[in-house]
Write a protein that binds this ligand. Structure first.
Ligand code: UT7
Length: 327
């Protein structure tokens, strides 16, 4: 009998240290007014040196497991989305597995930038429905402050660190992760990337000096693509499920820019009162953004049983995707 993939517990964690817009005013030529009006961001959280994505992931995982009423040993699959792994090898998922004692799980990292959490929920559903997993721990986690050039005002005001986790379980009861959509376009990779630090272009003195080890972004181009792709992703998954924007209790979009969120909501016919926004508190946390927002939405009891929510993501690659979840 077909199983349904239900989200049974969520958790999130952001480092204690907060960097405000006034702090940034003292670091680069910028202003609180510019940052708030162009992006919606007020604060972002930053890890201390020596803290990695696996550490944030362990904190969020423990909360999600407790909420789901599971022990780490019950997890048979961990899907961890990040572009900021602790180290090149092994996967951050392996490091997390050891930290939380999920000794019965197969684990892997998924690299899909800001779409990583949505990609992972889609994969979790497929693994559950094909009978290959029962209890999946899904994470979106980033320590982007380590990839930011703190002298580049075009990017340093935007990003933050954090983690969100969700336990996805096989259940007989209909509902859960219903319809999913994933898409990518590698031909636009150059618009948002970290050019150096991999195996083809390893770090050296020159690329450290010229900023190639940091996030390089053609902001306005990325912006245009984000609006188009998030609108497309939302419409496709609504159509697949036979729903309209009116049927959606809450949309949780990737939190990159309040103006992108606003345009996406307009394209999908969803008023901003039914869109969850927390970009002011975290900035853009890439794979973690929807995961943290989902945990907050559940924690604040903004959704009831039977409600349908829409997740819409877009990120480097480019990658984009969307999901309808029925609670
Ligand atoms: O998560 C993955 C996806 N990422 C995104 O979706 C991000 C997409 N892009 C964006 O959100 C926006 O493009 C940005 C927030 C990055 C930039 O906003 P914009 O309205 O597109 O600004 P812009 O890049 O066109 O720059 C406008 C002006 C420029 O000055 P001039 O050339 O007009 O004199 C920039 O130099 O704003 C200037 N500027 C700043 N001024 C103050 C750029 N950054 C700053 C800053 N403070 N931090």
């Amino acid at each position: 009998m077909i199983k349904y993939a239900h989200i049974t517990g969520t958790g999130s964690f952001a480092p204690e240290k907060v960097l405000t817009n006034s702090d940034l005013e003292r670091m680069v030529e910028t202003s609180n007014d510019w940052i708030v009006s162009r992006t919606g961001i007020k604060n972002r959280h930053l890890v201390q040196n020596g803290t990695g994505s696996s550490d944030l992931a362990a904190r969020a995982s423990q909360i999600a497991l407790a909420k789901a009423g599971l022990d780490a040993k019950d997890i048979d699959l961990i899907l961890l989305a990040t572009v900021t792994p602790d180290q090149p090898l092994p996967s951050t998922a392996c490091l997390l597995q050891d930290k939380i004692g999920a000794s019965n799980a197969a684990v892997m990292d998924v690299v899909a930038a800001c779409s990583g959490f949505v990609y992972n929920l889609s994969i979790a559903k497929a693994m559950i429905q094909s009978g290959q997993a029962e209890n999946v721990l899904v994470l979106g986690v980033e320590t982007l402050s380590k990839l930011v050039n703190w002298e580049d005002r075009n990017t340093c005001v935007l990003f933050g660190d954090g983690c969100g986790a969700a336990v996805v379980q096989a259940k007989d009861e209909p509902g859960g992760i219903m319809h999913t959509y994933m898409k990518s376009n590698g031909s636009l990779a150059d618009l948002l990337m970290v050019p150096a630090g991999g195996c083809k272009v390893p770090l050296n003195e020159e690329n450290i000096k010229n900023g190639a080890r940091y996030i390089n972004m053609a902001g306005p181009e990325v912006y245009k693509n984000a609006v188009k792709a998030m609108g497309e992703a939302g419409s496709i998954v609504l159509k697949k499920s036979g729903l309209s924007g009116d049927d959606i209790k809450l949309m949780i979009p990737h939190q990159a820019n309040i103006r992108i969120i606003d345009s996406t909501a307009k394209r999908l016919g969803i008023p901003m009162e039914r869109v969850y926004v927390n970009i002011h508190d975290y900035g853009n946390t890439s794979a973690a953004s929807i995961a943290i927002a989902l945990d907050e939405v559940i924690g604040k009891k903004l959704i009831d049983k039977g409600d349908k929510i829409l997740l819409v993501a877009f990120g480097a690659g480019f990658t984009w995707g969307s999901i309808i979840v029925e609670f």
